[in-house]
Write a protein that binds this ligand. Structure first.
Ligand code: ZN
Length: 340
């Protein structure tokens, strides 16, 4: 059986309100667990943020679920509400260190099955680089960053320097959309998730391409965008057309935008056969990796099924998407199917 590696899954350690108050008593994220400890709520201060289930914080329950789903290895990263980018960097560096150490503790409950990506205080590039290096040395397999820090997108000079640091230190980077653009018109129906999240990721990818940042970032950077790269694959023809027709699009970008698709990867969280086919056509089968957004309700519920059951992908492509691409991306040693 093909090994399955899910490279986009989230954790949230059981942080109490008192612990969160060390970051910010009013708005910091914490977990309110229900009396049966099977369900709970992510809280931000007094506000209910998202309902959750036990695998989010319990690694043994998580592995039981992985066995049920046939997932051999999961790469877990923090739930983005934990990033803390809006707080003073000196406070958040302690927060990030503690969360990163807690992530490794969760992984140690299931050696070989759970691996972690670190978070960094991205509002301070020097501290972010230092924490990325410390985390890698302590056992993390890469970092997860939000797709922007306030008004700074990935073409910001500091963020480009962070990516260059990760390239030089062979630290894989997963870019996750968060803090979605919202001018008040997306209050209902989870529209920030359905409209703004794909647009945030598109904004990040185009910020790197059209700014010319990829001309300065080493080709060795291992970079992956969540959620299939948002709206990127579907809109790439529109971007190429704009680059050909308007000099202001070409201003900082010397090559056709589509020529940069070999500089990054995407996950497979697109939930549709036709979308996955397009994604593999645009990115190539070597640049799409199984990613589920587990254990959240908007993630792929039967993790890996979209790839495994796809009639348009041959067995070689399926192996790449299900495990081989992630194995190479995260430098995982030789692995074997272990899911019970
Ligand atoms: Zn996610």
């Amino acid at each position: 059986m093909t090994v399955r590696i899910d490279m986009h899954a989230h954790f949230f350690p059981p942080i109490t309100r008192e612990e969160a108050a060390q970051l910010d008593a009013q708005h910091a994220p914490w977990l309110a667990l229900d009396s049966d400890a099977e369900t709970g709520m992510i809280m931000t201060g007094d506000r209910a943020f998202r309902p959750i289930t036990r695998p989010l914080w319990d690694p043994l329950r998580r592995v039981e679920e992985m066995d049920r789903l046939g997932i051999d290895i999961q790469l877990m990263c923090a739930t983005p509400v934990l990033f803390g980018y809006t707080y003073p960097a000196a406070t958040v560096v302690d927060w990030a260190r503690r969360l990163n150490d807690r992530a490794l503790e969760l992984c140690s409950a299931a050696p070989g099955r759970l691996k972690a990506l670190a978070q960094v205080p991205l509002q301070d590039i020097e501290l972010a680089c230092a924490e990325a290096s410390r985390a890698k040395a302590s056992g993390h397999h890469g970092v997860q960053i939000g797709n922007h820090v306030g008004q700074k997108d990935l073409d910001d000079e500091g963020l480009v320097q962070f990516l260059i640091h990760c390239a030089n230190e062979n630290i894989p980077v997963l870019v996750h959309p968060w803090d979605m653009m919202n001018d008040g018109r997306m209050k209902k129906w989870m529209l920030p998730w359905l409209v703004a999240m794909p647009a945030e990721t598109q904004l990040s990818i185009l910020s790197l391409i059209l700014s010319g940042a990829f001309e300065r970032i080493p080709r060795s950077l291992k970079l992956c965008f969540a959620h299939g790269g948002g709206s990127f694959a579907f809109l790439l023809g529109r971007v190429d057309n704009a680059w050909r027709e308007r000099d202001i699009v070409r201003e900082n970008c010397p090559h056709l935008p589509s020529s940069y698709v070999d500089r990054f990867c995407v996950d497979s969280a697109v939930f549709d056969d036709g979308a996955l086919r397009l994604l593999v056509d645009v990115m190539g089968p070597e640049r799409v990796m199984l990613g589920s957004d587990y254990p959240f309700p908007l993630g792929e519920q039967q993790v890996g099924r979209l790839i495994a059951d796809h009639i348009g992908l041959d067995e070689s492509a399926k192996r790449r998407l299900l495990s081989e691409n992630a194995q190479a991306f995260f430098d995982l040693p030789e692995i074997h199917a272990v899911a019970a």
